[in-house]
Ligand binder design. Sequence first.
Ligand code: FAD
Ligand code: 2HG
Ligand code: ZN
Length: 514
Amino acid sequence: MKKILSVTQFLLNGLRKHENIRCLHTGYISHQKQFVLTKDRYPHIKRGNYTELNDNHVKFFKDLLGSDRVLTDPNDVQPYNTDWIKMVCGYSRIVLKPKTTEEISNILKFCNKEKLAVCPQGGNTGLVGGSVPVFDEIVLSMSLMNKIININELSGTLVCEAGCVLETLDQELEKHNLMMPLDLGAKGSCQIGGNISTNAGGLRFLRYGSLQGNVLGVEVVLANGEVLDCLNVLKKDNTGFHLRHLFIGSEGTLGIVTKAALQCPPRPKSIILAFLGVEDFESVLSTLKLAKEQLSETLSSCELIDAPSLDAVNKYLGIKSPIDEFPFYVLIETSGSDVNHDEEKLNVFLDKAMTRGIVIDGIVTNEPSKMQNIWQLRERIAEALLHTGAVYKYDVSLPVQHFYEIVPLLQNELKDTSATVVTGYGHIGDGNLHVNIAAEEYDQDLVNNVIEPFVFKWVSEKKGSISAEHGIGLKKTEFLHYSKTPEAISLMKKLKNLFDPSGILNPYKVLPLH
Ligand code: FAD
Ligand code: 2HG
Ligand code: ZN
């Protein structure tokens, strides 16, 4: 058995390597980065009173899973310690890769008894620092829990293990003329268990609604190892408390999602995509309103891209816009069962939008490869902005009339600082704005003293939410009070204590420290 290294030895071994920024579409982009450990970046967070990993613990895990599913080599463990945007970095020394619910149950029973902290990890595409350890928590990787259990064409339901990758599930469902009720830029890496644990929104929320609505049932392993079977596949079931909802969006703090049942809509036979250029934000709002009125049941997505976001995709990924430059671009997708009917509706919408001068230019296509190219302009903004060096991300819900106001305000507020670009884009059809602030280097003082006080105060004054879809994770725990009352936070803490009295599941995440 390999000896457990000291923290310093471990860090040196693991972090010495060149780091790669994970690229969801094209593999890996080589990009050397300086690591800062979370414990140094957030010094106010203190390690909890958890047991440190020792050789006996490692032996137990190896006996349970076999040596090949227990990673302890620092080079193997390192990718699990760092998040997708390379802003948080723990120093876990071990990654466990269970294949069954029973193995997870035995792992948690043991960890609970030994008071070993655990960080559940899916595809590690989370954007709020929830998916990686803060200190030396054991990483519980769900990647090998990747079996599809059942697809029922008649009822339109899917039952699968939590580690299935979203895109793989969608590809399998396609064979049955069904689709996943959610889609997001990270689909090639994120897992359904991670999606459920973050209650991910995405690009078709407007049409299919939230995972709270689409997840029919879950199987969960609780902190003490108990298996909670709520793997219902019925669409209607009002038998008391809806326990599954507690695990949807609780970011691995209440239990490990091991299996899930989802309702899956029929795959549309006709999809049409329009990419439109508009002159000002007023016209963006008018486009959205008109699209809802005219396209009604066929509208399946309405997304906003501002000029700085499109510039970043062009500059860093070399993807060109198919139309001239505009301050804003609106992407409208329709899906239905009859291409003539859908086209007719879209033509009426476009005709009205152009005649009224709301939309100035645009292209429309139903060719799959062209649609894919256009989607890349939207889906790869997050990836493009990573090339700037450092990105501060805010994911807010706002009343739609205030949707973009914060972007010019921030551009002004940050004009004499190290921030180089402030962009706003996102799911305008759902009132969910992504504000991304890019800089060459990360500056914690700028974040603590300028950006966060400004963003969170402004959003709460406008009665928005400080997290529309990415969650609270590690990064927003101290701002939860902007979106939840003291009574709600107190009840959340009581629930956490009920489910996980030793606090071993994803500590330091979601709930405020005090
Ligand atoms: P991870 O990142 O591994 O984990 C996320 C959280 O869930 C962590 O707290 C982790 O501990 C917990 N967790 C993971 N698996 C389990 C499990 N089985 N049981 C219990 N807890 C678990 N989010 C959106 O909502 N909408 C978007 O449009 C969107 N687009 C994105 C685009 C890109 C390019 C990227 C990088 C991210 C995007 N995200 C988006 C953010 C992210 O939340 C989602 O990618 C996804 O839901 C996370 O899934 P994951 O498997 O990667 O989970
Ligand atoms: C998206 O909609 C994702 O592209 C990522 O939610 C947003 O990186 C971001 O801020
Ligand atoms: Zn999003």
